[in-house]
Design a protein around this ligand. Structure first.
Ligand code: NAP
Length: 339
């Protein structure tokens, strides 16, 4: 057994409804020394993502995840290596869960070669959320200059990037988010044309109608539920709805009915397509090229909400469902990277 002790976040019980910090526990485990062909990695940043809520249809974490490490992406640094392709000091990304250290044979992680942004941005704008925004919006949305784009969850990691790509594509952009601070950030700093604080609105459909006088050509939906219903009432003919996520429904304890106004899909000839970003992994080289250029030119910005210490990972996760984050939610658990 090696000398490294690692703390991990384990799932103690399946959340019923809104997850709580008590659904998780921090467990110490002894990490073995890396064997032949293996590396020891110390994680630095962990990515906190809505998909970690688990099995959406029954509203609960998948049973076989109980007592095991919480799923999740991270970026860390190789601190010991017996692997030809990974040197000590290399930065690597992995999906091996919320843990301080791990030993792996190189198959579960890949090298990060920062160049376009600071290290942690490879979990945000230059990583999965950025690629999700880029591929979903451009491929399914097929934006044209002058079109109206509505983005739900606009103050989050994916939504805030969609808003900015839509502006680059010369669209008129309306966002919805859950606080006045996020509304101001979207409009004053990201160049969104108008934004709604949905928590202050009694009738979301009526409010959306006010913000979209030319109706909606593209709806990028991160939220589902009331947002999907409201947007359907205002879709233009041959509009496109990009189904990215349904965060408003993830904590439901019962299967929820769909919106009552799906008839607008066919009266308005709307295309409604869901996607998972990995469907478009062939676009990654183009994504890195375009996003790298936009970052360099100052055409896209990003925010991070960073909690410190692995013991705060449950708080960060629960916070996603309260809207605690502006931009990307991260937990920092290692030393400052050199890049
Ligand atoms: P995020 O938007 O950074 O964080 C979640 C945000 O959702 C919160 O900050 C909160 O902001 C909002 N929210 C929480 N509960 C809500 C509710 N009941 N109604 C409305 N808004 C609510 O998360 P993200 O990583 O960018 O993910 C955004 C969406 O994309 C999620 O649905 C996620 O599952 C999905 N996603 C899909 C893919 C894919 O491949 N299809 C990939 C990544 C993410 P407010 O302050 O605005 O409430």
């Amino acid at each position: 057994m090696g000398s490294v002790v690692s703390r991990e976040v384990h799932i103690k019980r399946a959340p019923s409804g809104m997850p709580t910090e008590e659904d998780f526990e921090i467990v110490e485990v002894q990490i073995p020394d890396p064997g032949s062909g293996e590396v020891l990695v110390r994680n630095i940043y962990m990515s906190v993502d809505p998909y970690m809520r688990g099995h959406v249809l029954v509203g609960r974490m998948i049973d076989d995840a109980l007592g095991k490490v919480m799923d999740g992406g991270a970026i860390g640094q190789v601190v010991a290596s017996n692997h030809d392709a990974h040197q000590v000091g290399d930065y690597v990304s992995s999906d091996l869960g919320f843990r301080e250290y791990f030993v792996a044979d190189g198959s579960g992680h890949k090298t990060v070669e920062p160049g376009i942004a600071p290290l942690q941005a490879y979990l945000g704008i230059a990583g999965m959320p950025g690629h999700t925004a880029y591929s979903g919006f451009l491929t399914i949305g097929e934006p044209k200059p002058g079109e109206t784009v509505f983005v739900s969850g606009a103050g989050g990691a994916v939504g805030s990037i969609v808003c900015q790509i839509a502006k680059i594509k010369e669209c008129r952009v309306v966002g919805s988010t859950g606080s006045d601070e996020k509304v101001s950030w979207l409009v004053d700093e990201l160049g969104v044309d108008s934004a709604i604080n949905y928590k202050k609105v009694d009738d979301l459909s009526a409010e959306l109608g006010e913000h979209c006088p030319d109706k909606i050509d593209i709806f990028f939906d991160n939220v589902g539920g009331d947002h999907l219903e409201a947007a359907l009432y205002h879709m233009n003919r041959f509009g496109r709805i990009i189904g990215c996520g349904i965060i408003s429904e993830l904590n439901s304890t019962v299967p929820l009915p769909g919106p009552p106004n799906l008839v607008y899909l066919y009266t308005q000839r709307v295309k409604f397509q869901g996607f998972i970003s990995s469907d478009y992994s062939d676009q990654l080289p183009q994504f890195y090229e375009d996003m790298g250029r936009w970052i360099k030119e100052g055409r896209v910005k990003w925010k991070e909400t960073i909690l410190e210490g692995i013991e705060n990972a449950p708080k960060a996760f629960v916070g996603l469902f309260r809207g605690d984050n502006a931009g990307k939610m991260l937990v920092k658990i290692g030393p400052d990277p050199a890049i």
